[in-house]
Design a protein around this ligand. Structure first.
Ligand code: ADP
Ligand code: MG
Ligand code: MG
Length: 477
């Protein structure tokens, strides 16, 4: 158990904790850390607080700064990958033979390439996620879990959580720790990227369209970004695939119109998992938007650049150098965040990976090409899945990754309706990147904030929306 952070005697002071719980929940509601309820996900009459930790969790300052510093390089790397169709084809060729979802995305990518891109502006809003791995010699290092290049969430709500933790620490009379809570405003930075793209598109009446899910519990997270845009006098509309299918079209210049409004930027907060595409119409709509003159956030190739298969291919010797020639320091900075990633492609290399996984399943995570939490396979189940495959080509839908082992810390996870108990927790640090490219020129490339999510160590997988992790703040130590 980590010793830095909030002392154990505070965590075990029951009277204090009870008082803080009540204060914390009210503070969260008053600060707008909101989520719609499971029962009424599409209305705001009844809302609750988004789950969060009672206390901030310790994060070593040097590793935190390392994560922030490498972000602009990840932005650049993702963008370069998205512009390299040969690499994407090579990296994903085995995956798309067996994974239907990735194959469908890839087909759209191919079609757009064949036709030629209508729009040369791209806006990327991503979040690179890390855990702090404990080495055998007692040290910790920053290791990337994944990078999310589509619909990366919680940039809005995480702009509000610092105030709540500051308030709690004031009431708890922990003033030294209170000073260490950082300001954070990813929503503003994400909106800045969208606003820049909107400006470059160059039509004052055109709108930014948030493409949203049918079930919208996390709408307030979007609203923070949306309201930043409105405050810049940039009009925003929210639409689902179905709406765009019914009222969307391209004109002869491929300008995208939805409900009679020209769309300058499509911001995907949906479309990242198979269930999001409820019919073939959703796929038709995705293709239409990708073909259009609207700026996509992200475009289809940037979406593909965020797949776990691409992440694994990047870890091969020489691949980073291919994207970043003459930048050995940048390559080293990126590579330092990689943990072991292994191919499951057909052939000797993949066979070796399987043998390795079967021998020590607890050392690895088996990952399919999915997003949104709850899809990974851990421990004994890795053996069951690998051994249970009827055709060994099925394995190429997955990658294998070293399991990262962060240091557990005590904290309380606050969830509506859940009884309070001291939990042993693990944290995951996310860093938000925002960039805009026009043709060959990067016109914006920034690190725009962070997100700390914490879960009980009983859970192997994560995700706030998946109901496992909760929002948190780093307490730099
Ligand atoms: P998703 O795209 O579904 O979020 P992730 O790769 O982030 O997929 O995995 C989901 C969760 O599983 C993470 O938030 C983390 O809690 C856990 N996880 C993923 N990879 C690892 C790993 N290599 N070591 C330990 N935990 C992991
Ligand atoms: Mg993800
Ligand atoms: Mg994740």
């Amino acid at each position: 158990m980590a010793t830095a952070g909030i002392p154990e005697e505070v965590l075990r002071n029951e009277q204090l904790i009870q008082k803080l719980e009540e204060i914390a929940k009210d503070a969260a509601l008053m600060s707008g850390i909101l989520m719609r309820t499971k029962e009424t996900p599409n209305g705001s009459e009844v809302v609750g607080f988004a789950p969060f930790t009672l206390f901030p969790s310790p994060v070593p300052k040097a590793l935190f700064q390392q994560a922030l510093a490498v972000q602009v390089h990840f932005n650049l790397l993702v963008d370069k990958i998205s512009q390299n169709p040969d690499f994407l084809e090579e990296a994903l060729s085995s995956t798309i033979k067996v994974d239907e979802f990735t194959a469908k995305l890839f087909n759209i990518h191919r079609q757009v390439l064949q036709e030629g891109h209508a729009q040369s502006i791209v806006v990327g809003l991503n979040r690179s996620d890390y855990m702090l791995d404990q080495d055998e010699d007692g040290g910790t290092s920053l290791k990337q879990i994944e990078i999310n290049t589509i619909a990366a969430s919680f940039g809005g709500l995480s702009s509000q959580t610092p105030d709540v933790h500051r308030h709690i620490l004031k009431v708890a009379n922990r003033l030294e720790e209170r000073k260490k809570i950082l300001d954070n405003n990813p929503a503003a930075g994400l909106a800045k990227g969208l606003a820049k793209a909107w400006e470059l598109y160059g039509s004052e009446k055109a709108v930014v369209m948030f493409l949203v899910e049918n079930v919208q519990r996390n709408i307030f997270d979007h609203r923070y970004v949306e309201n930043e845009l409105w405050s810049r006098n940039i009009p925003v509309i929210r639409r689902q695939f179905e709406d765009v299918f019914k009222t969307g079209s391209l004109d002869q210049n491929k300008r995208l119109f939805v409900d009679g409004q020209e769309v300058a930027v499509v911001y995907f907060r949906n479309g990242y998992m198979p269930q999001n595409y409820t019919s073939t119409q959703s796929w038709e709509v995705r293709l239409m938007m990708e073909r259009s003159l609207a700026v996509k956030c992200p475009d289809i190739s940037t979406h593909l650049a965020g797949t776990k298969k691409v992440q694994q291919e990047l870890a091969r010797p020489g691949i980073l150098e291919r994207f970043l020639p003459d930048q050995p320091e940048v390559v080293a900075q990126i590579r330092a965040t990689f943990t072991g990633l292994y191919t499951l492609d057909m052939g000797a290399e993949g066979d070796e990976t399987v043998a390795m996984a079967l021998a020590k399943p607890d050392h690895y995570v088996l990952k399919p090409q999915r997003e949104g939490g709850g899809n990974n396979i851990y421990g004994r189940e890795i053996c069951e899945v690998l051994e249970g495959m009827t055709d060994s080509s099925e394995r190429t839908a997955y990658i294998l990754m070293d399991k990262i082992r962060p240091c557990p810390v005590h904290n309380y996870l606050l969830r509506p309706g859940a009884p309070l108990k001291l939990s042993t927790c693990l944290s995951e640090l996310g860093v938000f990147g925002a960039y805009v490219r026009q043709g060959k020129e990067m016109v914006m490339n920034e690190c725009v904030g962070h997100l700390l999510r914490t879960k009980s160590s009983e859970h192997a997988d994560g995700g706030v929306a998946a109901g496992v992790a909760v929002l948190d703040n780093p307490l730099l130590v």
